[in-house]
Design a protein around this ligand. Structure first.
Ligand code: TXA
Ligand code: MG
Length: 335
């Protein structure tokens, strides 16, 4: 559905549910979020229950405007204004010191809080009409692939969600970049829709990477195994894909091969199909999760993925596919 056609009635119905402590899934430019009133501990508990997510994994609070920052953050370093001016609304989450009156459920017991203004007309209409912060993790079961369409949310969470707002296909397709500004310096906690280089350029300083556990950064909820399809996924350099595919077919598997290329999808045999993935990192990010959702429902035994380039613009995609493949790697190692 065209987001522009979303009716005011839908937004009002969603606001009524949020005020009543229910959940509403909503589109953002990155992925769909599972929203609840960030100031209502009981509503927040529903998010954790619906997702099957551990209670100590903090949630991002979505806000409509920078003027709402000080309702959630204890202090706002100068860097926030520079980043907000350039990137908000947009796919950037900032971690700041939490105000003590913010429910601890929202931050998983941390003394920090994640905040962002999403860049999607439906999300912004909802936030403005609700007038308060909406806590919103990705609207998928814990550990699974994030949803980039309303249908993905319905497929994954079904009737547990109070309402799913339609907003078309997410433009960015991978989750927001997360930057912590808690200890005086900027630390990248999750690569995402905005590249680290753009953040460094805006701040005029190097951004330390906390992704691999360096910089003493705490990233609760960033697990090695995450964003995973049900179907085991393996990643290989392009030259190895064909050999591995044939090996699996000989073992009786049905295999989907995700190759970098320009063509559309083509069937090669009854047991192998090739799916061409975009050569541009932004375009690849946009279709990654929808491709995984689709292939996951198509009855394959294994997904084989061509390793994308290891250049800065591919960092977010490489991060997500490594996590998606993690369990398969573990399985193979343990026999
Ligand atoms: O693009 C996005 O960020 C999407 C859309 C819906 O906004 N949301 C999203 O939320 O990806 P979620 O919960 O699936 O992932 C948020 C991650 C958590 O896993 C956690 O690592 C980090 O954000 N996070 C949130 N608050 C934090 C905090 N106070 N300190 C450290 N990490 C935090
Ligand atoms: Mg998530």
């Amino acid at each position: 559905m065209n987001p522009e056609r979303l009716s005011e009635d839908d937004i009002q119905a969603a606001v009524a549910l949020l005020r009543a402590g229910e959940t509403v899934a909503f589109p953002t430019e990155t992925v769909y979020g599972l929203g609840a009133d960030a100031g209502n501990p009981l509503a927040l508990q529903k998010i954790f229950w619906i997702k099957g997510r551990p209670a100590d994994h903090p949630l991002i609070v979505h806000i409509a405007d920078v003027s709402h920052l000080d309702l959630w953050a204890e202090s706002i370093p100068g860097a926030v204004w520079r980043l907000a001016e350039r990137f908000w609304p947009g796919p950037l989450t900032l971690i700041l010191p939490r105000r003590s009156d913010v429910p601890k459920e929202v931050s998983g017991g941390q003394d920090t809080i994640g905040l962002r203004i999403p860049d999607h007309p439906v999300a912004l209409s909802l936030l403005r009409a609700f007038g308060r912060g909406i806590a919103g993790p990705s609207a998928n079961r814990f550990g699974r692939v994030s949803p980039t369409t309303a249908q993905h949310v319905r497929d994954g969470l079904g009737s547990k969600v109070g309402m799913v707002l339609e907003g078309g296909t997410c433009r960015v397709g991978v989750e927001s970049t997360i930057v912590s500004l808690v200890n005086g310096n900027a630390v990248l906690l999750r690569p995402g829709g905005i590249d680290r280089e753009e953040i460094e350029e805006t701040l005029g300083q190097k951004v330390c990477s906390g992704i691999s556990g360096s910089c003493n950064a705490r990233v609760p909820g960033m697990l090695a195994s995450h964003y995973a399809p049900e179907t085991p996924l393996e990643i290989y350099p392009g030259g190895f894909l064909g050999h591995r595919a044939l090996q699996l077919v000989w073992q009786g598997c049905k295999v989907a091969v995700l190759k970098l290329g320009e063509d559309g999808e083509r069937f090669e045999s009854r047991r192998i199909i090739t799916v061409c993935m975009p050569r541009s990192a932004a375009e690849y990010g946009r279709v990654l999760y929808s491709t995984l959702h689709r292939l996951d429902r198509a009855g394959f035994d294994r997904l084989l993925m061509e390793a994308p380039p290891v250049t800065p613009e591919w960092v977010a995609v490489n991060d997500r596919i490594q996590r998606a493949a993690h369990d398969t790697v573990k399985e193979k190692k343990s026999g």
